[in-house]
Structure formats: C-alpha cells, structure tokens
Design a protein around this ligand. Structure first.
Ligand SMILES: [Zn+2]
Length: 139
C-alpha cells in the first residue's frame, strides 16, 4: 500500500462513483467531503461538515480539515490530518481513546443542538408572556 503525502482537492456537485486516488472531493451542496483513505487501503472516507463534525478551511489554494481523520472502522485504523492538502500522519489511537473520543463527539452534539433548540424555543416562548404582563400594568 502506498501512502499519500499530498492531496489535490476538487469542488464537485456530486461525488464520482469511483474516487480517484489522492483527490479530496468537496461537495458544498451536501456539506460533505470524501476521499480514499490516505494509507492506500482503498477505503472511502466520508466526512460530514458541520459545527460538531468536521470543518473545512479553504485558503484559496489548498484545503485543511479539522479535526483529524481517524479511520477506526477500517482495518488500517489510520489517523491523519489534512493540512494545506498535505497528509500529516498521527499516532494510532487505542480503543479506549477511540471510545472516549466518540463520547466527546456525542456530548458536543448534544450540547450544541440542545442549546440551539433552547435558544430558539426559549425567548420566543417567553416573549408574549412578558409583554402581556407588562401591558397588564397599564390596563
Ligand atoms: Zn486506510
């Protein structure tokens, strides 16, 4: 297996059925990125973009992804960063670290979407009540 050191990125509307080796495909429409695992194992890596998943940085020339990509579900269990189209290999995580990471991700999602939901429901729900109480002072 040949490891990839440098990726090329392509902005696409939809992903090709066969991913070219060494290409990171970016779909803004679907807020998703896909590429073949950098270790050369041939597995397809799909990374969703969201405030609680991955973030894409595009500097006009190259892309970077944050956080790192940990392919714990593949036999290779490869772990790397993509920074300015370059692959930076990282240490493999133990299963304990993987489990802890998944827990953190879940918690982050709960906090993010939980707060978001409250922010939407909270002030909107309270406003008429407060306004009515305010008005009633003058009635
Ligand atoms: Zn791999």
């Amino acid at each position: 297996m040949k490891r990839h050191a440098i990726f090329r990125h392509e902005f696409v509307e939809s992903f090709p059925t066969t991913l070219e080796v060494g290409v990171v495909y970016i779909s803004m429409q679907y807020a998703t990125i896909t590429h073949q695992c950098a270790c050369g194992c041939g597995n397809e890596v799909v990374t969703p973009l969201s405030p609680t998943d991955w973030q894409l940085y595009f500097d006009g020339i190259s892309i970077s992804l944050s956080p790192s990509i940990g392919n714990w579900n593949f036999a290779c269990r490869s772990h790397y960063f993509i920074r300015q189209n370059r692959v930076q290999w990282a240490r493999q995580w133990t299963q304990t670290e993987v489990d802890a990471g998944r827990k953190r991700d879940l918690l982050a999602k709960e906090q993010y979407f939980g707060e978001d939901r409250n922010a939407k429901a909270g002030p909107e729900a309270k406003r008429p009540g407060r306004w009515r109480r305010f008005l009633e002072r003058f009635l």
